[in-house]
Design a binder for this molecule. Structure first.
Ligand code: UDP
Length: 472
């Protein structure tokens, strides 16, 4: 732990709970372990009830501050999230630079570092302008995804067509081969504004002094070795994960315990599959029906966080606010809730996910493979059924199912029989299920070892903050 005057760290989280939660966790860790105080900046668009409740639950050492709103009304309707986030960031640079300069001017706790996630890298110029000594990229995804980004400028130049049309899987150093259709979704259409934004952002990664990655060696060992070798012209890479929201950090002891946890209390050990698609995921209407019928057919107990299908059929319709757009219940098959009343619980919009995964009654997780969800599942030793939707989720599914073997991936045709079969594999241990259980138990141990004092993740972060206090 550091001694001397307390250091101050500024962090910027771009929209999406998958960015906000782990960056806040990093801020909390810097405070608890290294005596730092932190300002966690968010955009004005990060303001849904779920997000506000989360920000309000942060400890006093982490000051959450919203940047002033910027005008985005000139962007065409249907602008992809990736482009929206980086535009909002670019336009927030002046306000952020002013705020950072003000923090720099405070004598008590010098501002020693600026940290942002992958959609916030435009803000490095603000940190540079304010004279902040360290600019760190916090990469909230896997080392596989990071590798793809680091190679993106050269891939974009050398691959003539679309990734999805590649005859051969993409082979990147240390990575599981990635079939073309599983390359991240914003790169699947060269004409989309998201594509250009991603290539541009990947270039800005090189503006960071260091890249902190929310992953750990045991889950992707070969690529961890490759990226930890220093490479000229690329920032050093430091796996500091898994950083996840602890299961006991809800809204505090005074808040009533969520009803779904009370329900879990009444179920047998490891008997329930938790079904959730992250903060943004929404299924097309007919897939939602198949999922309901598949769960019913599996004969397993389930806890399902359900959202209404988004109007345009977009898979990420709730990304910005993490709320269901409409009452989702009318979209469920007729009689489903009544028929499954004794074995299943359906909750709209949001559940306290880490508490659910930590609960003894939870035995499996049907997940969209968002990286935070993946880490939370591994930390709590819960085997997964992979149903990736968008962003880098298909890539994560490849890595989890074909790579390390911590998940059973659903086939492309997700009919109720396939869903029921995969759920049974993971819950009952049929097929690949038993091997997945063993691997997940191993990863759970490795994750816990890494984040305790002296563990690999803790040591990596300790090294980053050596000598930072007392600096100007
Ligand atoms: N989450 C939650 N309750 C929900 C849905 C999501 O607590 O009902 C949390 C989840 O635990 C994770 C984050 O929101 O920490 C989602 O991040 P992830 O990377 O898995 O997916 P994304 O939302 O970015 O698609």
């Amino acid at each position: 732990k550091t001694k001397g005057p307390a250091a101050h760290v500024a962090l910027l989280a771009t929209p999406g709970m998958g960015h906000l939660i782990p960056l806040a966790e990093l801020a909390k860790r810097l405070a608890a372990r290294h005596g730092a105080t932190a300002t966690l900046f968010t955009f004005a668009s990060t303001a849904s009830p779920t997000q506000r409740a989360f920000l309000a639950s942060l400890p006093p050492a982490v000051d959450a501050r919203a940047l002033p709103p910027v005008d985005l009304s000139d962007l065409p309707p249907g602008t992809p999230n990736e482009a929206l986030m980086s535009e909002e960031c670019a336009r927030s640079v002046p306000a952020l630079a002013a705020a950072l300069a003000e923090l720099r001017g405070r004598a008590a706790a010098p501002l020693v570092a600026f940290v942002t996630d992958l959609f916030g890298v435009d803000a490095f110029v603000a940190a540079r302008a304010a004279g902040v000594g360290r600019r760190w990229l916090f990469f909230p995804g896997s080392l596989h995804a990071l590798t793809l980004f680091l190679h993106l400028p050269e891939l974009a130049a050398s691959i003539p067509g679309e990734f999805r049309d590649l005859d051969e899987p993409l082979r990147l150093p240390g990575c599981v081969p990635i079939p073309g259709p599983d390359v991240i979704s914003p790169l699947q259409d060269r004409l989309s504004p998201a594509y250009g934004q991603m290539v541009r952002l990947a270039g800005l990664f090189l503006d960071a002094d260091a890249i902190l990655v929310n992953s750990f060696e045991a889950v992707e060992p070969e690529v961890a070795m490759v990226l930890q070798q220093p490479k000229l012209g690329r920032p050093s890479v430091h796996p500091i994960g898994p950083l996840i929201l602890p299961a006991d950090s809800g809204a505090g002891d005074t808040a009533p315990r969520a009803a779904c946890l009370e329900w879990l209390d009444r179920q047998p050990a490891k008997s329930v599959i938790f079904v959730s698609f992250g903060s943004g995921g929404a299924l097309p209407a007919e897939q939602m029906r198949e999922l309901a019928l598949g769960l019913e057919l599996s004969g397993q107990r389930f806890l399902w966080v359900v959202r209404s299908p988004s109007d345009e059929g977009s898979l990420s319709g709730n990304y910005y606010d993490a709320e269901s757009k409409k009452d989702p219940f009318p979209y469920l098959p007729e009689g489903f809730v009544e028929r499954t009343r004794s074995v299943g619980l359906v909750v709209p919009s949001w559940a306290p996910q880490t508490e659910v995964l930590a609960h003894g009654s939870t035995g499996g997780f049907l997940t969209h493979c968002g990286w935070n969800s993946t880490l939370e599942s591994l930390v709590h030793g819960v085997p997964m059924v992979a149903w990736p939707l968008y962003a880098e989720q298909r890539l994560n599914a490849v890595m989890l199912a074909q790579g390390v073997g911590a998940a059973v991936r659903l086939p492309e045709a997700k009919d109720k029989e396939a869903i029921a079969a995969a759920v049974r594999e993971v819950m009952v241990g049929e097929g690949k299920g038993a091997a997945v259980w063993a691997k997940v138990a191993e990863l759970r141990k490795a994750a816990a070892e890494g984040i305790r004092g002296g563990g690999a993740a803790t040591t990596a972060l300790d090294k980053m903050v050596e000598n930072w206090a007392g600096e100007k």
